[in-house]
Design a protein. Structure first.
Length: 428
């Protein structure tokens, strides 16, 4: 079916889970066949080792660092500052720096595995601005998040279009957290010429740009397109194409977001404590059916719903299924409004494909949206998800993101026609 025949929601609806679909396709994979999850450019490229004692280096490093290594039966798991569905980490970070002391003006790749910045393109009168904010120049930083989609589709097949976009949002949230800690203003951009940029970055069909963050001084200046092609380097050791994902990305890249005035997040937390939470963030795999305080719950919701610094916007509504919050009647809520009372812990566990974390937590959060740009909506859901992780940890409770749920049944339970984009569980 050609893209012109698709509505803005067809790709999300095509990847819905139901009780029957999960039973018919349990989607087992052989862990020994997992593709590599780190992209490395050839050894002859110039590299800068990131020094945590250098403020600029520390800012960049925290946007994509490995924060824990642990052994399992398949080898070493290298867990990162950003959460990822199945710990598959499809996202990569590219960074343009212009006018930054100690760096050549150029485009760099963040080599997460080895803590390097790799210079992949040197600027003259050209740059990423032409694709993102034409007619302007950024004296500072332009971050690009890309998805090496086969790292995710290896396991999640067509539904990985969701996970790639959610993980892009997580990664944008990690950049935002580092920016707050290093006192840098940022702006997220989702509506730009992604398809042309992919081609000029040489990504072929194996990687695609999803989101962007700018930080620095914006000047009125015409910057031309990249004058030279960038050699292609594959982000996996082998690759299998998925036409559905490629079509979905192409079609949804052409959708325009809603627009709003730019507002900035007001960071008023203890920086040292927040840094520790950023560095130690983990997805909890088990909750103990314990209560959390009402004060903690409201603080998390208040922090999560602070303004997102972007003009490209899709409204994400959060429904809360309260199971165990002191002083709050169990039931389904939208904000402070009680939609229906009841103990729904068993039902939320069922809706999330019988995952105990959705049953045993204190609160299950459902993110829904009636969007015009699918890419923007999913990335904003992931961005808010990263906030839920960090603010839950800051207020001393745990969190886990849930991407697998019965879509239609979840909508019916929430009594909404809007698409369910993401589910999160918080508790002790």
């Amino acid at each position: 079916m050609p893209p012109s025949e698709h509505s803005e929601k067809i790709y999300h609806h095509t990847t819905k889970h139901s009780y029957l679909s999960v039973q018919l396709n349990p989607n087992y994979v052989d862990a020994s066949t997992q593709p590599t999850s780190f992209k490395v450019y050839p050894k002859f490229y110039r590299r800068v080792k990131l020094n945590p004692n250098n403020p600029t280096h520390a800012f960049i490093r925290l946007t994509g660092a490995i924060t824990l290594e642990k052994l399992d039966k398949n080898g070493v798991d290298k867990l990162r500052v950003n959460p990822s569905a199945g710990a598959l980490y499809p996202t990569e970070v590219y960074l343009q720096m212009r006018g930054i002391e100690g760096f050549i003006d150029g485009i760099y790749h963040l080599e997460v595995e080895n803590n390097y910045l790799t210079l992949i393109y040197e600027l003259i009168d050209d740059g990423l601005e032409n694709y993102i904010i034409p007619g302007k120049s950024i004296n500072g930083f332009i971050f690009l998040i890309s998805s090496v989609y086969y790292r995710s589709s290896w396991k999640y097949q067509d539904r990985s279009i969701r996970y790639c976009l959610l993980d892009s949002g997580h990664h944008l949230g990690a950049i935002a957290a580092s920016a707050y800690l290093h006192e840098k203003n940022i702006k997220l951009i989702f509506d730009f010429d992604k398809l042309t940029l992919n081609a000029d970055l040489g990504f072929e069909n194996k990687e695609f740009i999803s989101g962007c963050v700018i930080s620095g001084e914006v000047k009125e200046k015409q910057i031309r397109r990249l004058r030279l092609p960038i050699p292609f380097v594959c982000g996996t050791d082998y690759f299998q194409a998925n036409q559905f994902i490629e079509d979905a990305y192409q079609a949804t890249s052409l959708q325009s977001s809603h627009q709003k005035a730019l507002e900035h997040f007001q960071f008023n937390l203890n920086r040292e404590r927040f840094f520790e939470n950023v560095w130690n963030r983990r997805s909890i795999r088990r909750f103990q059916k314990q209560f959390i305080s009402q004060e903690t719950y409201w603080r998390i919701l208040q922090d999560v719903q602070q303004p997102i610094p972007t003009e490209n916007f899709e409204e994400i509504e959060i429904y809360s299924v309260v199971h165990r919050v002191e002083g709050i009647l169990p039931g389904l809520y939208q904000g402070t409004h009680l939609i229906k009372p009841g103990n729904f812990s068993e039902q939320t566990g069922y809706l999330c494909i019988n995952q105990a974390i959705a049953r045993d937590c204190a609160v299950t959060l459902f993110f829904v949206s009636d969007y015009s740009s699918y890419q923007t909506a999913m990335q904003l859901a992931g961005f808010l998800g990263q906030r839920v992780y960090l603010f839950s940890n800051y207020w001393e409770i745990e969190c886990s993101g849930i991407g697998a749920y019965y879509d239609d049944e979840a909508q019916q339970f929430l009594e909404t026609n809007k698409d369910v984009l993401y589910v999160m569980a918080i508790g002790k």
